[in-house]
Ligand binder design. Structure first.
Ligand code: IDP
Ligand code: MG
Length: 141
Protein backbone atom coordinates (compact mmCIF):
# COMPACT_ATOMS: atom_id res chain seq x y z
CA UNK A 1 0.00 0.00 0.00
CA UNK A 2 1.24 3.44 -0.85
CA UNK A 3 0.01 6.99 -0.39
CA UNK A 4 -0.88 8.31 -3.84
CA UNK A 5 -2.26 11.45 -5.43
CA UNK A 6 -4.90 11.42 -8.14
CA UNK A 7 -6.75 14.04 -10.17
CA UNK A 8 -10.50 14.33 -9.74
CA UNK A 9 -12.90 16.58 -11.63
CA UNK A 10 -16.52 17.25 -10.67
CA UNK A 11 -18.00 17.76 -14.13
CA UNK A 12 -20.44 20.56 -15.17
CA UNK A 13 -23.57 18.41 -14.62
CA UNK A 14 -22.75 17.74 -10.95
CA UNK A 15 -21.60 21.33 -10.32
CA UNK A 16 -24.93 22.54 -11.78
CA UNK A 17 -26.79 20.12 -9.50
CA UNK A 18 -25.11 21.74 -6.47
CA UNK A 19 -23.64 18.46 -5.18
CA UNK A 20 -19.96 19.45 -4.82
CA UNK A 21 -20.20 19.09 -1.05
CA UNK A 22 -21.94 15.73 -1.22
CA UNK A 23 -19.21 14.40 -3.54
CA UNK A 24 -16.40 15.84 -1.35
CA UNK A 25 -18.02 14.11 1.58
CA UNK A 26 -17.72 10.73 -0.23
CA UNK A 27 -13.98 11.38 -0.66
CA UNK A 28 -13.49 12.44 2.97
CA UNK A 29 -15.45 9.58 4.50
CA UNK A 30 -13.44 7.09 2.44
CA UNK A 31 -9.96 8.18 3.49
CA UNK A 32 -9.20 10.61 0.65
CA UNK A 33 -8.00 14.14 1.46
CA UNK A 34 -8.50 17.13 -0.82
CA UNK A 35 -4.96 18.57 -1.02
CA UNK A 36 -5.57 21.09 -3.85
CA UNK A 37 -8.71 22.43 -5.50
CA UNK A 38 -10.06 25.09 -7.82
CA UNK A 39 -13.23 25.88 -9.71
CA UNK A 40 -12.61 26.64 -13.36
CA UNK A 41 -14.46 27.32 -16.59
CA UNK A 42 -12.40 25.25 -19.02
CA UNK A 43 -11.61 26.69 -22.44
CA UNK A 44 -11.98 24.43 -25.47
CA UNK A 45 -8.16 24.19 -25.60
CA UNK A 46 -8.02 23.19 -21.90
CA UNK A 47 -10.55 20.38 -22.42
CA UNK A 48 -9.06 19.16 -25.72
CA UNK A 49 -5.60 19.05 -24.15
CA UNK A 50 -6.82 17.23 -21.06
CA UNK A 51 -8.68 14.59 -23.09
CA UNK A 52 -6.04 14.36 -25.87
CA UNK A 53 -5.85 10.54 -25.45
CA UNK A 54 -9.48 10.37 -26.64
CA UNK A 55 -8.94 12.66 -29.67
CA UNK A 56 -9.70 9.91 -32.21
CA UNK A 57 -12.83 8.63 -30.44
CA UNK A 58 -16.26 9.31 -32.00
CA UNK A 59 -17.46 10.96 -28.78
CA UNK A 60 -14.51 13.39 -28.51
CA UNK A 61 -16.33 16.53 -29.71
CA UNK A 62 -19.39 15.84 -27.52
CA UNK A 63 -17.12 15.21 -24.54
CA UNK A 64 -15.27 18.50 -25.03
CA UNK A 65 -18.54 20.43 -25.62
CA UNK A 66 -19.91 18.97 -22.41
CA UNK A 67 -16.79 19.70 -20.34
CA UNK A 68 -16.90 23.39 -21.33
CA UNK A 69 -20.67 23.75 -20.86
CA UNK A 70 -20.19 25.17 -17.34
CA UNK A 71 -17.63 25.42 -14.55
CA UNK A 72 -15.95 22.31 -13.18
CA UNK A 73 -14.42 21.67 -9.75
CA UNK A 74 -10.91 20.24 -10.03
CA UNK A 75 -9.13 18.61 -7.09
CA UNK A 76 -6.14 16.52 -6.15
CA UNK A 77 -7.02 13.67 -3.79
CA UNK A 78 -4.42 12.05 -1.55
CA UNK A 79 -4.60 8.79 0.36
CA UNK A 80 -3.71 5.09 0.44
CA UNK A 81 -4.22 3.73 -3.10
CA UNK A 82 -5.98 6.99 -3.97
CA UNK A 83 -6.14 6.23 -7.71
CA UNK A 84 -8.00 2.93 -7.39
CA UNK A 85 -10.01 4.11 -4.37
CA UNK A 86 -11.33 7.13 -6.28
CA UNK A 87 -12.22 4.96 -9.31
CA UNK A 88 -14.09 2.62 -6.97
CA UNK A 89 -16.04 5.52 -5.42
CA UNK A 90 -16.84 6.89 -8.91
CA UNK A 91 -18.36 3.70 -10.34
CA UNK A 92 -18.51 2.61 -13.98
CA UNK A 93 -18.26 5.16 -16.83
CA UNK A 94 -21.89 4.47 -17.78
CA UNK A 95 -23.99 5.39 -14.72
CA UNK A 96 -26.55 2.73 -15.71
CA UNK A 97 -23.83 0.12 -15.15
CA UNK A 98 -22.37 1.77 -12.05
CA UNK A 99 -22.70 -0.10 -8.78
CA UNK A 100 -25.28 1.14 -6.28
CA UNK A 101 -23.90 3.70 -3.86
CA UNK A 102 -21.21 4.98 -6.25
CA UNK A 103 -21.00 8.66 -7.21
CA UNK A 104 -22.05 8.00 -10.80
CA UNK A 105 -24.97 5.77 -9.81
CA UNK A 106 -26.21 8.42 -7.38
CA UNK A 107 -25.52 11.71 -9.21
CA UNK A 108 -25.12 11.01 -12.97
CA UNK A 109 -27.66 10.79 -15.77
CA UNK A 110 -25.81 9.40 -18.78
CA UNK A 111 -22.46 8.27 -20.15
CA UNK A 112 -21.91 11.82 -21.44
CA UNK A 113 -22.97 13.64 -18.27
CA UNK A 114 -21.39 11.28 -15.76
CA UNK A 115 -20.59 13.63 -12.85
CA UNK A 116 -16.90 12.92 -12.24
CA UNK A 117 -13.51 12.26 -13.76
CA UNK A 118 -10.72 10.32 -12.04
CA UNK A 119 -7.22 9.40 -13.19
CA UNK A 120 -6.96 5.71 -14.09
CA UNK A 121 -3.28 4.86 -13.43
CA UNK A 122 -0.12 6.25 -11.76
CA UNK A 123 1.24 7.64 -15.06
CA UNK A 124 -2.02 9.40 -16.01
CA UNK A 125 -2.43 10.72 -12.45
CA UNK A 126 0.99 12.35 -12.65
CA UNK A 127 0.28 13.94 -16.05
CA UNK A 128 -3.23 15.06 -15.07
CA UNK A 129 -2.24 16.56 -11.70
CA UNK A 130 0.49 18.63 -13.38
CA UNK A 131 -1.90 19.64 -16.18
CA UNK A 132 -4.08 21.57 -13.74
CA UNK A 133 -1.65 22.09 -10.82
CA UNK A 134 1.75 22.63 -12.44
CA UNK A 135 4.63 22.18 -10.03
CA UNK A 136 2.68 19.99 -7.61
CA UNK A 137 4.73 17.00 -6.49
CA UNK A 138 3.48 13.48 -7.27
CA UNK A 139 5.37 10.37 -6.19
CA UNK A 140 3.06 7.67 -7.56
CA UNK A 141 4.98 4.64 -8.82
P1 IDP B 1 -13.73 7.27 -17.47
O1 IDP B 1 -14.19 8.70 -17.29
O2 IDP B 1 -14.59 6.32 -16.68
O3 IDP B 1 -12.27 7.09 -17.22
P2 IDP B 1 -13.09 7.06 -20.31
O4 IDP B 1 -13.22 5.81 -21.10
O5 IDP B 1 -11.72 7.53 -19.94
O6 IDP B 1 -14.01 6.88 -19.00
O7 IDP B 1 -13.84 8.19 -21.13
C1 IDP B 1 -13.71 9.56 -20.78
C2 IDP B 1 -15.07 10.21 -20.79
O8 IDP B 1 -15.57 10.21 -22.13
C3 IDP B 1 -16.14 9.46 -19.98
O9 IDP B 1 -16.16 9.83 -18.61
C4 IDP B 1 -17.42 9.88 -20.66
O10 IDP B 1 -17.84 11.17 -20.21
C5 IDP B 1 -16.97 10.00 -22.11
N1 IDP B 1 -17.29 8.75 -22.83
C6 IDP B 1 -16.63 7.58 -22.76
N2 IDP B 1 -17.17 6.64 -23.56
C7 IDP B 1 -18.23 7.26 -24.16
C8 IDP B 1 -19.21 6.82 -25.09
O11 IDP B 1 -19.21 5.67 -25.55
N3 IDP B 1 -20.13 7.75 -25.47
C9 IDP B 1 -20.15 9.03 -24.98
N4 IDP B 1 -19.23 9.47 -24.09
C10 IDP B 1 -18.29 8.61 -23.68
MG1 MG C 1 -10.62 7.85 -18.23
Amino acid sequence: MAVERTLSIIKPDAVAKNVIGKIYSRFESNGLKVVASKMKQLSRADAEGFYAVHRERPFFKDLVDFMISGPVMIQVLEGESAIAKNRELMGATDPKKAEKGTIRADFAESIDANAVHGSDAPETAKVEVSYFFPGMEVYNR
